[in-house]
Design a protein around this ligand. Structure first.
Ligand code: 4NP
Length: 157
C-alpha cells in the first residue's frame, strides 16, 4: 500500500483539494485498497474545520466533494506513517525539512509541482487564501495536473 500525505499551511484550501482529487483518481482506477491518502496543515489553527467555502465551491463545480476536517501535521507520527509527504510551496518544504529528524524522513518530502506535466513553469501551488476566485481555479488546475503525475509516479516506483 502507498501512503500519501498532502501538506499545506492551513489544511483548508490546497491540501484537502489535493486529497480529494487524489482519492477520486484512485477511485476511478479501482485502487482504493492500494492507497492511503490524507492531508494536514503545518499551521494547526484551523483544526477541525471543513475546507474553506470558496475551495469547496470551486472544487464542487469540478465534481470533487471536499468534506475532510482540517488537522495539524504531526511530525513524529506522520513521518513514520506515510511514504510520501507532499508540500505545496517553498515555505511548506522548508518547514517539513526542518521538522524531519533524519535522512529517511527527509527523503519522504516531495514538492507537489514537481509532478506537474502540463503546468511545468510553476514551482509552487500558490496560497489562494487572500486571492480571488481565479486563485482557486489556478490551484485546482495545478492540483489536477500534479495528482495525475503523482498517480503515475506511484506506479513507476
Ligand atoms: P491552505 O491556505 O494552506 O491552502 O489551507 C491557507 C489557509 C489558511 C491560512 C493560510 C493559508 N491562514 O493564514 O489562516
Amino acid at each position: 500500500m502507498k501512503k500519501i500525505l498532502f501538506v499545506c499551511l492551513g489544511n483548508i484550501c490546497r491540501s484537502p483539494g489535493a486529497e480529494a482529487i487524489m482519492k477520486a483518481r484512485v477511485r476511478s482506477a479501482g485502487e482504493e485498497k492500494e492507497f492511503l491518502i490524507d492531508s494536514a496543515g503545518l499551521y494547526g489553527g484551523h483544526a477541525g474545520a471543513l475546507p474553506d467555502e470558496r475551495m469547496r465551491r470551486a472544487a464542487g463545480k469540478r465534481g470533487y466533494q471536499l468534506d475532510s476536517r482540517a488537522r495539524a501535521f504531526y511530525p513524529s507520527a506522520d513521518f513514520v506513517d506515510f511514504d510520501m509527504i507532499i508540500g505545496m510551496d517553498d515555505e511548506n518544504i522548508r518547514m517539513l525539512n526542518r521538522l524531519a529528524q533524519d535522512e529517511t524522513e527527509r527523503s519522504k518530502i516531495f514538492r507537489m509541482t514537481d509532478f506537474c506535466r502540463k503546468n511545468t513553469s510553476f514551482s509552487s501551488v500558490p496560497d489562494p487564501y487572500y486571492e480571488g476566485p481565479a486563485g482557486f481555479e489556478l490551484v485546482l488546475d495545478l492540483l489536477e495536473d500534479a495528482v495525475e503525475g503523482v498517480w503515475h509516479y506511484c506506479h513507476s516506483v
